[in-house]
Design a protein around this ligand. Structure first.
Ligand code: PLP
Length: 382
C-alpha cells in the first residue's frame, strides 16, 4: 500500500534520540529549550513554547488569551477536530466560518459577512483560528484587517504548514496573529513522534503558556507570590496541565528541523509533478495563494463529478493506493450535531467535502509511484 503520508527518519534522527536515552535527562533537560530556540529562529518569532501535541498547544493558546465561559471562538469547518475542540475545553462556544473552495481555507468574504451579523447581534468572537489547510497559507492580511478593528485575537493553526511562507515571511512569525501553533505528528511536515509548538512575539502570552503546560507551577524566584521557603519551593498560580514535551521528542524534532526546507522543496516538486501528470482531467487541484509558498502537507484534488468520489476512492484503495479525504466537516460530526449544528450550515465546506480526494504525498514518494497513482486515477476518470 502506498500510504497518503509518511515520516522520513534517517540515521542522524535515530542517533539523536539514542543520545538522549543515554543522557541524564529523558525529560525537562536541555533538548526542549534547544528545540524551542531552533524553531523560534527558523520562523522568526521571539518565543516558542514546546508541548506534547498541537492539540495541547491550541488548548493553552486559548487559555492564554483568556478564553472561557461566555466567549465565542470561530474556526474553519474543514479541519481536524482539534482546531474546534480547544474552544470547548475552555468552556467557550465554537462557531465556523465557511471556506473558499479554491484554497480550502477560511474565506475572508464569508468572515466579513459573518462579522457584520455578529456585530449586530452582539455575538463577536474573542478569538478566530484560521487553519492553513494542506500547508496553504490563509489570506492572513485580509483576515487580520477584518478582525483588528474589534480587537479579536488570532491563533493560526499551522499544523500542516511549517516550512511554508506567506508574503515571503515564514509561517509562525505571527506577523498577522497573536499565536501560531504547529504539529509534529508523524504525518506532518517534520515529526517529533507526538509534539507541538506555539510561537508568539508577546512575552505575556509566552509566560502564560509556559505556566499552563506544566501544572500552572513556577519556580522562578522573581515570580513568587509568597516568601521563598527554600530551594525546594515552587508555587502554583494557575490550573495548568502536564502538556510537557520530553527530551526524546525534542531531540527528534530538532534533528528533523535540519531537513525541513529539503522536505518542503521535495513536496513542492511532487505537487508540480501531480499537476503535469494529471493535466487535462476533469479535476481541480486545491491550490495555495499566489503570494505564498505552501509546505504541501496534503495534495487535495476536487473531482468535477462528486458522485464518482466513492467509486474512485474504493478503486484506488483496492489498487494499493491509500487515498484519503481531508476532512469530513467538523460541524457535521455527531458531537457537533448535538451542539446544534446541522447540514446546510456551511454550504461551501459541505460541497467541498463531497468533491475532495487526498492523493499520497511525502518526501520519499517515488516518481514511479506518482505515475502509477496518476495512471490509476486517469483510468477511473475516463
Ligand atoms: C494534526 C492536526 C492537529 C492536531 O495535532 P496533534 O499534534 O496530533 O495534536 C490540529 N489541527 C490540525 C489542522 C491538524 O491537522
Amino acid at each position: 500500500m502506498i500510504p497518503y503520508g509518511k515520516q522520513d527518519i534517517n540515521q542522524t534522527d535515530i542517533d539523536a534520540v539514542i543520545n538522549v536515552l543515554k543522557s541524564d535527562y529523558l525529560t525537562q533537560g536541555p533538548k526542549v529549550p534547544e528545540f524551542e530556540q531552533a524553531i523560534s529562529q527558523y520562523v522568526g518569532a521571539v518565543h516558542a513554547v514546546a508541548v506534547n501535541s498541537a492539540t495541547s498547544a491550541l488548548h493553552i493558546a486559548c487559555l492564554a488569551l483568556n478564553i472561557g465561559e461566555g466567549d465565542i471562538v470561530w474556526t474553519s469547518p474543514i479541519t481536524f477536530v482539534a482546531s474546534a475542540n480547544c474552544a470547548l475545553y475552555c468552556g467557550a462556544k465554537i462557531d465556523f466560518v465557511d471556506i473558499d473552495p479554491i484554497t480550502g481555507n477560511m474565506c475572508p468574504k464569508a468572515l466579513a459577512q459573518k462579522l457584520k451579523i455578529a456585530l449586530k447581534e452582539g455575538q463577536l468572537p474573542k478569538v478566530v483560528i484560521p487553519v492553513h489547510m494542506a500547508g496553504h497559507s490563509c489570506d492572513m492580511q485580509a483576515i487580520n484587517q477584518l478582525l483588528t478593528p474589534y480587537n479579536i485575537h488570532i491563533i493560526e493553526d499551522a499544523s500542516h504548514a511549517i516550512g511554508g511562507q506567506y508574503q515571503q515571511t515564514p509561517i509562525g512569525q505571527c506577523q498577522y496573529s497573536d499565536i501560531t501553533i504547529f504539529s509534529f505528528h508523524p504525518v506532518k511536515i517534520i515529526t517529533s513522534a507526538e509534539g507541538g509548538m506555539a510561537t508568539t512575539n508577546d512575552q505575556n502570552l509566552a509566560d502564560s503558556m509556559r505556566l499552563l503546560r506544566s501544572h500552572g507551577i513556577t519556580k522562578q524566584p522573581e515570580k513568587m507570590l509568597r516568601s521563598n521557603e527554600g530551594d525546594w519551593y515552587y508555587e502554583q498560580h494557575q490550573l495548568g496541565m502536564n502538556y510537557r514535551m520530553t527530551d526524546l521528542n525534542a531531540a527528534l524534532g530538532l534533528s528533523q528541523l535540519v531537513r525541513v526546507d529539503e522536505f518542503v522543496a521535495q513536496r513542492n516538486r511532487l505537487a508540480q509533478a501531480y499537476h503535469s501528470c494529471l493535466n487535462g482531467l476533469a479535476i481541480e487541484h486545491v491550490s495555495p495563494l499566489s503570494d505564498s509558498y505552501s509546505a504541501r502537507h496534503l495534495h487535495i484534488i476536487r473531482l468535477g463529478n462528486a458522485s464518482k468520489r466513492r467509486m474512485i476512492f474504493d478503486a484506488m484503495r483496492a489498487a494499493g493506493i491509500q487515498v484519503h479525504v481531508h476532512y469530513f466537516p467538523v460541524h457535521l460530526q455527531p458531537y457537533y450535531l448535538n451542539l446544534g449544528f446541522k447540514a446546510g450550515d456551511f454550504k461551501q465546506a459541505e460541497q467541498f467535502y463531497e468533491q475532495i480526494l487526498t492523493l499520497p504525498l511525502y518526501p520519499e514518494l517515488t516518481t514511479a509511484q506518482l505515475e502509477y497513482i496518476c495512471a490509476t486515477l486517469k483510468g477511473l476518470l475516463e
